[in-house]
Each structure stands twice: as C-alpha cells, then as structure tokens.
Write a protein that binds this ligand. Structure first.
Ligand code: SIN
Length: 276
C-alpha cells in the first residue's frame, strides 16, 4: 500500500484492493486517517457487500436517520441527485454528525454513477487550519465549546422549504432533535493531533460568548479554514472512493452538473466522544 500526501488536504492511497484488505492495511488506513483526515482511492471495483465489510473493520455502521437507504442494503445511504432535481445533498461546508453527542468517525463514499462533468467534492484539512492559527487565538479557543444542531438542517422547517426536491432523498424530519456540545479544539482520537472542530452547517454558537461575538468568531474561523491552502478538490472517476474522517475535515459537494444523474453510496461509521 502506498500513501501520497495530496495538495491541501488528505492523501491518495494506491496498491490496495478494498475488496480484501489485510489487517496491516486496516491499521495503516486508520493511522493515515489520523494524520491526513481524508483518503482517496482510485480504480476500486468494490461490491456493496465488500463496502459494508470494509466499513465494519473500523467500527459499527451508523444507519443514517435522514438519508434514504438502498432498499436492498439498509446500511448504505444513497447520496443522489436526479437530472430533474435542483438541489444536491451536502453543498454547504460541513462535517457530518457534529450534532451528535458521539459524532460519527467518518464516511466511506463510493462513486456509482457520475455526471459527464462536474460533481467534484471539496475537502478542507482542519489539522492544518488549526496549526496555522495565531498562538493567542489557539489559547483562547482551547477554553471554548460550541453547540452543534441538526434541527435547522434536517428538521421540519428546513425540510418543508425543499420538500418537493428532496422527497425520496431526505426525510424523517421529526427525528432532527439532536443538539450537542463539543470543544472547539479537539484531539483526534487516533493520532492526538489537535483539530479545529466547528463547521458552517451544523455549528450554531460558541457557548461562552454573546451572540454577536460568537457569530463574529465563527465567521473568522470559517474564513480561515476555507483558505485554498487547506483545500483539496477531489475529482471523481468510475472506481473512486473517498474515506473521510469527520474529526479532521469538512467537505462540500459541488452542485455544477445540472441535467445529469449522480449517485454515490455512503456508509457512515460510528465514532467516539471528543475531548479537547
Ligand atoms: C456528503 O456530504 O456526504 C456528500 C458528499 C458528496 O456527494 O460528494
């Protein structure tokens, strides 16, 4: 197995067949996630069964409460946009499940049907974003916590706004009751590396500041994290897989392929509670 660091965020992993990884490969992938935050694989011919088996080598599968699953594989969520649909899933920068008390480790996304052009996914490296912060700001952030919520994204109100376009793709709005508090600087559970853990979609406030100070500081951190030097743009090809770690990255699915179908299979893996 070979690991090549990518520009901005993540690493490309080659010389491995994810249909049958050995124990050493799983350990190396775990360590690489703790160092690079997202891993990209090419030319894989993985079956849904092998996708599930690979995910279960890391932890139990988290069955998504809001995404439609594949009817024949309830452990696999569909990330789908039909040619007639306008909105895609995941266009705002985010890290999945930060609204849970125990946020998911990450997801393994497999390309199944791709548009002729477009449909790339952007990632940012929240280890590098943390490392580049001013030392005084690092010190201030180390004492702060933030609240994250699912309500405004997957709840009734949000769903009603997009109901027609999202029907059959997202649902179960009454289950969007989760709010969770996490440190703003977390230690990655695998590597102990510090990472910046707030994101534009699910973080709703910094608890120790007033509303305005909280909004200003969050905006400052978002502007910092989205600097191009922390970003990697992953271009999907048939056989591509991305495995991201939510504790070290954000992602954003570009919606620039009107009139084409894009279907991805996503499996999300359970994580652990986060500490600063
Ligand atoms: C997601 O946010 O899980 C979707 C990512 C993608 O479709 O590229």
């Amino acid at each position: 197995m070979q690991i090549d660091v990518a520009k901005g965020a993540g690493a490309y992993v080659s010389d491995i067949d994810l249909n049958s990884p050995g124990s050493d490969d799983i350990q190396a992938i775990r360590e690489a996630l703790g160092q690079h935050g997202v891993l990209f694989f090419r030319n894989q011919r993985i079956t849904p069964e092998a996708h599930i088996a690979f995910a279960e080598r890391f932890a139990a599968i988290n069955i998504n409460r809001f995404f439609a699953a594949l009817p024949e594989y309830p452990k696999i969520a569909q990330v789908l946009k039909e040619p007639s649909q306008k909105q895609n899933i995941g266009e705002t920068w985010h890290t999945d499940h930060s609204y849970d008390q125990i946020p998911a480790l990450g997801s393994i996304l497999v390309a199944r049907e791709l548009p002729k052009t477009g449909g790339d996914t952007l990632f940012v490296n929240q280890f590098a974003a943390y490392d580049a912060l001013d030392p005084a700001l690092k010190k201030q952030l180390s004492t702060l916590t933030a609240t994250h919520s699912s309500r405004h994204v997957f709840g009734e109100q949000a769903y009603r706004k997009n109901a027609d376009d999202m029907t059959g793709r997202l649902g179960n709005a009454s289950a969007a009751t989760q709010d969770a508090v996490h440190p703003i600087i977390i230690k990655h559970p695998f590597s102990g590396r510090p990472a910046l853990y707030v994101n534009p979609q699910f973080t709703i406030r910094i608890n120790e500041l007033d509303q305005q100070q909280s909004a200003e500081l969050l905006q400052q951190l978002y502007t910092h994290s989205t600097n191009e030097r922390f970003q990697h743009r992953f271009q999907w090809q048939p056989g591509s897989i991305a495995f991201w770690d939510n504790r070290a990255t954000w992602h954003k699915a570009l919606n620039d392929y009107a009139g084409y179908r894009r279907l991805m299979h996503r499996i999300t893996i359970e994580g652990e509670s986060l500490s600063g």
